[in-house]
Design a protein around this ligand. Structure first.
Ligand code: NAD
Length: 493
């Protein structure tokens, strides 16, 4: 079942229909409760509808996946890697269709959607190559005529529970390593952007994944929870909010399921007095407002040395005010709408509360007037106490909070003054300060003299504190989640 083979112009008029993939067959979930997705740029237009998987559907999908575990696990990692390589090629072949789908269901500008498809291709290609590198270690034995080594085996069925903000790339960067490792999976995408993941799963079947080894169920939290609680699910790879991650941890920990939880952020860019302020302003604006701030690595705090604070804030305001907010399909849009009405209301209300907490809104602060979609203005708030709600909680919208500091110690303390630890960036020319930042910043992904966003397929995608629990994603480290170690001791005498 192809999710959307229509060209972009027609696609906007067709209502997409989601289906579960269970034991290699598409199941439209006739008679089931449905969740509707509306176009974030034109909320009166329906994008599509997905059926909600009941516990019974989830059970069938997991059992079907489990039934393939022996056979799929017995393929060599190199052979499974070839399937993933073919999948990467299919994503590349369908890049235009997939980018249109990502834009349409998420609302992100066409340029960002194309980048997302390219990133999905890259992470799949990297994962495919891991099939040839999935080795163990040889170790010296303390006995004569004895050899010791380790091997890796798949952990079993894995639930891949994904968010809406990278609806293709995040499912891809979980699916690729899972397939290479030999773990059958059941994907549960967000109902706010479910069709890109469905298209990916469809392509995985076309690439040669055995029937049942890659399943998909649609639905919201209750479907996700049924999947996480299923006794045959050996591991859960989740990306989403801290609250959901904590709930999954509670449900899966008791039966000792393996967890990989990638969660939220409240990321800071630190700008020292000697920094190139033009570069820093560009990086802050792209990090804070790109994809309307709906990235786990989005820059939501600017920590700036007091000597250059006024100049930097005015550069950021100038650049942010020039951003074009508009629909995804308009090539000139820099920012699209937020994902739904609730997110827009939450972000606007958070800025209003910040103003009551002592913050001064120096740019934006509300809905974009004259646009019917869920658009929010790029927003900058200064003078907010560092312990205020907006200064410490993830808002997941185009909202930047600015704090001034006097010493680098103060900057590090501000950086660490939140529960999250996803990414952080520093602008300076002083190598000693770089050294202190790398040693002292409590965030998983550190950037120096560049934006706090962006990642490479061969680098771990990782956070610390409440942003991350379990092994990193992407990179060879992803295999630490999808495989477990066997030690083998051979008596060769
Ligand atoms: P969310 O936590 O609301 O939902 C994520 C997924 O979990 C969805 O598929 C949802 O249906 C499912 N879910 C909800 N309740 C569940 C439950 N009780 N049991 C099992 N599954 C459940 O997150 P979201 O709004 O889709 O995504 C935004 C969040 O994701 C932000 O906090 C963002 O920072 C985070 N995020 C993190 C990363 C990362 O790599 N760390 C990347 C992207 C997004």
């Amino acid at each position: 079942m192809r999710v959307d083979a229509a060209p972009v112009s027609r696609a906007a008029e067709e209502v997409l229909r989601g289906a579960h993939l269970v034991a290699g067959s598409w199941d439209a979930g006739a008679g089931a409760r449905e969740i509707e997705r509306r176009d974030p740029a034109r909320p009166c237009v329906r994008v599509g509808v997905v059926p909600v998987a009941t516990d019974e559907v989830v059970d069938r999908a997991v059992r079907a996946a489990d039934a393939t575990a022996g056979g799929w696990g017995a393929w060599t990692p190199v052979a499974r890697g070839r399937v993933v390589e073919r999948l990467a090629g299919l994503v590349e072949r369908d890049a235009r269709r997939l980018a249109a789908l990502v834009s349409r269901e998420h609302g992100k500008p066409a340029r960002d959607a194309r980048e997302e498809v390219a990133r999905a291709t890259d992470v799949l290609r990297f994962a495919a190559g891991e099939g040839r590198r999935l080795g163990g270690r040889t170790l010296p034995a303390d006995l004569p005529g004895t050899a010791c080594l380790t091997t890796r085996v798949p952990i079993g069925v894995v639930a891949l529970v994904t968010p809406w903000n990278f609806p293709l790339a995040i499912p891809a960067w979980k699916l690729g390593p899972a397939m290479v490792a030999g773990c059958p999976v059941v994907v549960k995408p967000s109902p706010l952007a479910p069709f890109s993941a469905q298209a990916l799963v469809e392509l995985a079947s076309e690439a040669g994944a055995p029937a049942g080894a890659v399943g998909l169920v649609h639905g919201g939290g209750s479907t996700g929870s049924a999947l996480v609680r299923h006794p045959l699910v050996a591991g859960v790879s989740f990306t989403g909010s801290v609250a959901t991650g904590r709930s999954i941890a509670r449900e899966a920990t008791d039966r000792l399921a393996r967890l990989q939880l990638e969660m939220g952020g409240k990321n800071a860019v630190v700008v020292e007095a000697d920094a190139d302020l033009g570069r820093a302003a560009d990086a802050v604006v792209s990090g804070a407002f790109g994809q309307s701030g709906q990235r786990c690595s989005a820059t939501s705090r600017l920590l700036v040395h007091e000597d250059v604070a006024d100049r930097l804030v005015s550069l950021v305001r100038e650049r942010a005010a020039a951003l074009r907010v508009g629909p995804a399909q308009d090539e000139t849009s820099d920012l699209g709408p937020l994902v739904d009405e609730a997110s827009l209301e939450r972000c606007v209300a958070a800025v209003e509360r910040a103003a009551r907490d002592g913050g001064r809104v120096v740019l934006g602060g509300g809905r974009v007037p004259g646009l019917a979609g869920w658009y929010m203005q790029p927003t900058v708030v200064v003078d907010l106490p560092p312990d205020a709600e907006l200064a410490t909680s993830e808002v997941f919208g185009p909202v930047l909070v600015v704090h001034r500091y006097r010493t680098f110690d103060e900057a590090l303390a501000l950086l660490d003054g939140v529960e999250y630890g996803m990414s952080a960036a520093l602008f300076t020319h002083d190598l000693r300060t770089v050294g202190r930042f790398v040693a002292g910043a409590r965030a998983g992904m550190l950037h120096v003299n560049r934006a706090g966003t962006g990642a490479f397929p061969h680098m771990p995608h990782v956070g610390t504190k409440a942003s991350q629990h379990g092994a990193a994603e992407c990179s060879p480290e992803a295999m630490d989640f999808y495989t477990e170690i066997r030690t083998v001791t051979l008596d060769l005498s």
